[in-house]
Design a binder for this molecule. Structure first.
Ligand SMILES: [Zn+2]
Ligand SMILES: [Zn+2]
Length: 113
């Protein structure tokens, strides 16, 4: 059963044929962006790239990145892209993160609760 739905990204009406909540155009653009980001990081001569620089370069919000990351789109670059832990200020690869704190601090937080 196909539903007509509003695209979550651009608001356009589209025929929803799967669980996807964005239209074909945005879906295509998103896929393109994902492969561009992966290619950029993988071919970069730098040892690591700050997540914020990456987001700025590709005009992506942390929330959008987070959603794609959780969907497993950035597994290949998880060790090379780094972020600053909001709790301890250490720079860690995004592969080791829970939300935007490092796994060490996440563990500590869990123990505190
Ligand atoms: Zn759209
Ligand atoms: Zn930390």
């Amino acid at each position: 059963m196909a539903n007509v739905a509003n695209c979550k990204k651009c608001g356009a009406l589209f025929l929803q044929t799967s669980k996807r909540d964005i239209c074909d155009k945005c879906f295509e653009a998103q896929n393109k962006l994902i492969s561009e980001i992966n290619a950029f990081v993988l071919t970069s001569p730098l040892e690591s790239i700050m997540l914020d620089d990456l987001l700025k370069r590709f005009d992506l919000s942390r929330d959008e990145f987070e959603a794609l990351f959780n969907a497993g789109k950035f597994v290949k670059i998880g060790q090379k892209v780094t972020f600053v832990c909001a709790k301890c200020g250490k720079t860690v690869p995004i592969a080791n993160k829970t939300n935007f704190i490092c796994s060490n601090c996440a563990k500590k937080l869990q123990n505190e609760i």
